[in-house]
Design a protein around this ligand. Structure first.
Ligand code: SF4
Length: 706
């Protein structure tokens, strides 16, 4: 029997609505749902391979345990849970709760219950050692918002924007970026951008690579990699010098403009242009188009500025553009997405002050870094494992991630993972991390379980929500567990007070996934039953919501020029007259076929991109005497990777562009592909607050291997 079932893809946060063809109980085809009001039929090559994820080679149908011979062997799920709980309890009894760490990978966030369950487990255990991929990705956004503060009206909306600026992000490929960043992530990106261009929106793109998104730009700046901070400082300098900012908004809501102006004085368009190797007139044009010609629309960034040198100040300057130009919803503006499955929170045209949450609470033992949004900094994870003494991590549980290829300085990361007393990963396949693990817990996959969009719904431009029921059953004879339930079952065995919504873990059997999804949606703006009644997803317009007047007692202002911010600007200014180092810079990119290390084993993706090439400009190719397809070594001060060299005229000269976090683990050294994390240093060049390493714009050599 053949039938079509509707659900949504959860491989990335695009959450594309899809029609799944089911034949005799098996999913055989996945297509975009053209009737969906948000993603409008969009899918990518990853999404259509949900069938490969379900039925392709190598999927664990049962959990695995490393046996005495060192090999992974099947283990009954209940036995694995009993043993893991007993070993964790022994570690906690001997070393304290801080000896247990949890690593949340990118995939952990694409289910409504998985990351919340892991976080609740950490809270129940009373361990502060919760790590995530955000702090080795774009945590400069967290730092910027906690140093500046937040305007509570919320970001301006893309569908009414007359200008948008994108720095180091390629949402036509990544489909990422919420309303305040790319503006058209989490939609049908092609159609949403096309609609904006038709209504006349100006697009400014800054990227060292002429990306798919850059091809759509009215103004494209192609700077030297790693110079985003200097370039952005030049743009903000012009906005301040020409007084193109929103004076009334700034008078009422912003502090530090005079200090910021003084700090940015050295960044004349000419000086910034020399440093970034762009045209000074283009810096002025970018400032004019964004701040003067445009009236509505935001500046947003991606991994480029957030992973490069001076990442925290680069992101701060992106947000300075939004603050100075007052690019927020104001009193009386309609709120485009007031939420559906989250409790309603009124928006007011006032400011939440800077939080600087890293100044209080537990700190890392090596660099003394605090936590942000409840997370320790992932660049510290390997050292938290390797550094002996009180607080040393002895056990690590990984959910939805692959730290063996994602953490900086892969050699150190793998040594750290190998030094653990207990490494558990919840993983459907034998990832690089699973190869090192003591236990690999086999999970259900998205199409086999209940879920809803509540956790990430703020990413949507509209009040969109949907509830997914399983479209296929788990494979016959398999012994799988929903990821969240692993944490509940371990807490139950350890006697921990874990809580999800109003459900409290006890000796009683675990609740169902449906019950947990309902519990975490309690108090939602729209009752969950209404969302469940629309299985194809819908926009829930429960009346128009408008930004409210400022609350009289909320008198805080957005802070643009705190002392540490000024110090970081001075550090960038000190580079202005320095000669740029000669040689090549490694930059990282995204491709449609993979999400970080995810999907790198999927058949169609690998058929398109069988290895992880190192792309260079044709002139660099000629200078190095390379031929397309030859094997090269890319060597940094930290490590080396082997790659296939490919020619790419979309790059500027001096770049080696490689997809990041895709590659082999420890036992596959020097087999193609290898992860760029081998090239990333964890002990030099990191940022002071979040320990963010330099993960792009890394000086490298390219050596022919013959
Ligand atoms: S962009 Fe691709 S991977 Fe992401 S949700 Fe859509 S179909 Fe899935």
């Amino acid at each position: 029997m053949t039938e079509i079932k509707k659900t949504y893809c959860r491989i990335c946060p695009g959450f594309c609505a899809v029609d799944v063809t089911i034949e005799d109980g098996r999913a055989v085809d996945v297509r975009g749902d053209r009737n969906d009001p948000v993603t409008r039929g969009y899918t990518c090559i990853k999404g259509v391979q949900n069938t490969d994820l379900l039925y392709g080679q190598g999927r664990f149908r049962q959990s695995m345990r490393r046996d005495a011979s060192g090999a992974l062997a099947p283990v009954e799920l209940d036995d694995a849970l009993d043993q893991i709980a007993a070993r964790l309890k022994a570690i906690v009894d001997q070393h304290g709760p801080r000896a247990v760490g949890i690593f949340l990978g990118t995939q952990a966030w694409f289910s409504a219950v998985n990351a919340p369950a892991a976080t609740a487990f950490a809270a129940a255990l009373d361990t502060p050692c919760l790590f995530g991929t955000m702090t080795i990705d774009q945590s400069a956004k967290w730092v910027a918002s906690e140093r500046i503060g937040v305007f509570n009206g919320g970001p301006q909306r893309f569908d009414q924007a007359d200008v948008w600026m994108l720095i180091g992000t390629n949402p036509l490929v990544s489909v990422m970026g919420g309303p305040s960043t790319s503006g058209f992530g989490h939609t049908n990106p092609t159609k949403t951008l096309r609609d904006a261009r038709v209504r006349g929106m100006k697009l400014i793109v800054i990227d060292p690579r002429r990306t798919e998104t850059a091809l759509q730009a009215d103004l494209f700046l192609q700077p030297r990699p790693g110079e985003d901070a200097a370039l952005l400082a030049g743009i903000v300098h012009v906005v301040l010098r020409e007084k193109w900012y929103d004076q009334a908004f700034c008078d009422r809501h912003v502090d530090g403009i005079a200090q910021l102006r003084a700090a940015l004085a050295p960044f004349t368009p000419e000086a910034a242009a020399r440093r970034a190797d762009v045209n000074a007139d283009d810096i002025v044009a970018a400032a004019r188009i964004f701040a003067q010609q445009g009236r509505r629309g935001m500046a947003g960034s991606g991994t480029g500025p957030n992973m490069g040198p001076h990442s925290n100040i680069a992101e701060h300057l992106v947000q300075c553009l939004n603050v100075l130009c007052g690019r927020y919803l104001r009193e009386g503006d309609e709120v485009p997405n007031p939420g559906v499955l989250q409790p309603f929170v009124a928006r007011h045209a006032d400011v939440s002050p800077p939080k600087r949450s890293w100044l209080t609470g537990p700190r890392s033992r090596r660099l003394g870094l605090g936590r942000i949004f409840g997370q320790m900094m992932s660049a510290e994870l390997a050292d938290e494992i390797l550094l002996e003494g009180s607080g040393q991590i002895k056990a690590l549980i990984c959910l939805g991630g692959n730290p063996a290829v994602a953490l900086p300085d892969q050699a150190k990361a793998i040594a750290a993972l190998g030094a653990l007393e207990l490494l558990v990963t919840i993983d459907p396949r034998l990832s690089a991390t699973a190869k090192l693990a003591d236990y690999v817990i086999a999970p259900t996959l998205a199409f086999e379980r209940h879920d809803h969009t509540g956790f990430l719904e703020a990413m949507f431009q509209q009040p969109y929500a949907r509830y997914a029921t399983p479209v296929v059953a788990a494979p016959a004879g398999s012994q799988l567990i929903d990821d969240w339930k692993f944490f509940w079952e371990i807490a139950r065995r350890m006697g921990g007070p874990m809580q999800l919504g109003n459900l409290v873990c006890s000796a009683a059997p675990a609740p169902s996934t449906e019950e947990v999804l309902a519990a975490i949606a309690l108090g939602s703006r729209v009752p969950l039953d209404e969302v469940r009644a629309q299985p194809a997803g819908a926009i829930f317009d429960a009346g128009k919501i408008f930004v409210q007047p400022p609350r009289p007692e909320w008198t805080d202002k957005l802070e643009l020029a705190a002392a540490d911010v000024l110090d970081e600007i001075a550090a960038v200014a000190a580079t202005l007259e320095q000669a740029s180092a000669p040689g090549l810079l490694l930059t990282v990119r995204r491709v449609r076929e993979f999400v970080n290390s995810g999907l790198t084993d999927a058949a169609k993706s690998r058929a398109r991109i069988p290895d992880n090439p190192a792309f260079l400009h044709p002139d660099d190719f000629a200078q190095l005497g390379l031929t397309d397809g030859e094997k090269v070594a890319v060597v940094s001060a930290t490590g080396r990777v082997t790659a296939i060299a490919r020619c790419d005229p979309t790059l500027r000269r001096g770049m080696v562009s490689v997809t990041h976090c895709w590659g082999a683990g420890s036992d596959d050294e020097h087999q193609i592909p290898e992860s760029t994390s081998r090239l990333v240093a964890s002990d030099t060049g990191y940022q002071s607050i979040n320990g963010m390493p330099i993960m792009t714009a890394i000086p490298v050599e390219v050596l022919r291997l013959g």
